[in-house]
Design a protein around this ligand. Structure first.
Ligand SMILES: CC(C)(COP(=O)(O)OP(=O)(O)OC[C@H]1O[C@@H](n2cnc3c(N)ncnc32)[C@H](O)[C@@H]1OP(=O)(O)O)[C@@H](O)C(=O)NCCC(=O)NCCS
Length: 145
């Protein structure tokens, strides 16, 4: 398995399959995808992209820390889940985020993925709220030391 920085163009098909099924591909383009401080990571098994995550320099209005990154588009193909791929992507992301002078990573976590985020050190910051057409989420964050 290799974890590499990859282009947004490469991550979008997996994002679409796992996070926006049945929606037009445009729904898997996220705001800030091409910003200079954004970066996209992919885990590859024998040159096949099996897990992706994207990171944006973006402050959540309810979190005080001045410099923050946001995690979006975290997804692993079903047959590769629970094998540590997402964890590896995050492990590679933390030093990059730190290098960019940020100490906090946040995400709107799908309710079904809360257990995953807790396992990798995120804490819950909100009650459950609904994102229309996607479902129940909570705000979670992790300090990057
Ligand atoms: C959530 C998701 C990204 C996790 O990816 P993954 O590659 O399977 O995660 P990992 O294997 O790195 O998991 C790390 C740990 O969390 C656990 N874990 C993974 N998914 C979990 C879940 N949904 N609930 C509880 N624990 C979970 C793993 O078993 C592993 O535990 P371990 O360290 O004790 O072995 C993946 O299940 C997925 O793509 N789900 C569908 C899309 C989605 O919901 N994405 C999140 C949007 S907010």
């Amino acid at each position: 398995m290799k974890v590499l920085r990859t282009s947004v163009r490469d991550v979008i098909p997996l994002r679409a399959q796992m996070l926006r099924p049945g929606k037009p591909l445009l729904a898997s383009h996220f705001q800030g995808d091409s910003d200079e401080q954004s970066f996209h990571l992919g885990a590859f098994v024998e040159n096949k992209l099996v897990s992706v995550a994207s990171f944006y320099f973006d402050k959540h209005p309810d979190i005080d820390e001045p410099y923050q990154y946001r995690l979006r588009g975290m997804a692993t193909l079903p047959e590769f889940q629970h094998q540590g791929f997402s964890k590896e992507l995050l492990k590679m992301a933390f030093p990059i985020i730190k290098q960019n002078q940020c100490k906090l990573l946040w995400c709107n976590a799908r309710e079904s993925a809360i257990g995953f985020y807790e396992k990798v050190g995120f804490i819950k910051l909100s009650e459950v709220f609904d994102i229309p057409e996607i479902g129940p989420h909570i705000l979670m964050s992790k300090e990057i030391n």
